[in-house]
Design a protein around this ligand. Sequence first.
Ligand code: AMP
Length: 303
Amino acid sequence: MNSLIAVGSIAYDTLETPFGRRDRALGGSAVHFALAANLFTDVGVVGVVGDDFDGEPVLAERGIDTSGIQVVAGGATFAWEGRYGFDLNVAETLDTRLGVFEQFDPQLSAEQAKAPVLFLGNIVPDLQRSVRKQSQAGFVALDSMNLWIEIAKDSLIGAIGEVDCVILNDGEARQLTGESTLAKAARAISAHGPRIVVIKRGEYGAALFVDGAFFGVPGYPLEEVFDPTGAGDSFAGGFVGYLAATGQTEPDIAHLKRAVAYGSIVASFNVEEFGTERVQRLTRDEVETRVGEFHAMTSFDLG
Ligand code: AMP
């Protein structure tokens, strides 16, 4: 049995940043998440692709369980096209071709339903709720995006009310709650039910709100960033993957702080190359070395 199940999009991404372009790169929320989480624990992916999809060996080679990927004969894999300007924190969606994703109706097997940790990646909030209902996981985390806040806000709030942890970026947290400060936005999200709220702040880092406490880290200072696509999902993969490996379903604050550091560091590798290219060959040793540097950069004594 996998210790972590991730449901989300599996995609071909066409990406344009000021530093280059890639056509039909392997992507999607579940893919970025699983490649990151796999550095910490065994993870299974639940998603849908068309028979044009050839990315499965990339996942299987890393030891990711792909048995939950449904292949629809004659269908096209979800394709997303996005562009970034010099502010790499803002993605502009140029095109979305749903393909087989339009009919996606995720079903967990009896085995997948028993996995202790579940990640609900970026998909229609009603589907996140359906998967949540099927699962017996003791710890459930959810990610979303601006699109669902715009067109399915009530359903998203319903989904948020059924999970333990919400991971959003700062713009999404503000848009969802109408609050301008992160502290108020996090409190408003927690009021729907989740004990843990993580707010990603792109190159500026991440903030954790739990049990009335706050913890924050800056972004790891990179000299070069090529493509931010998947930074959010690889953060979530590092964060949730680290927690799943601890075996705690009610993680304490010490583990949550470390999980924020691991999420931030995996995301920092992700953005150094296009799409999933860097995380595909990332090793746990490289992560540990950079986490060590991050620790030295972010702690000080009071003299
Ligand atoms: P992020 O980690 O926030 O940069 O998410 C990037 C991933 O989101 C890309 O690999 C896209 O394939 C995926 N994506 C973009 N739009 C959607 C959507 N409407 N539903 C699901 N996934 C999406």
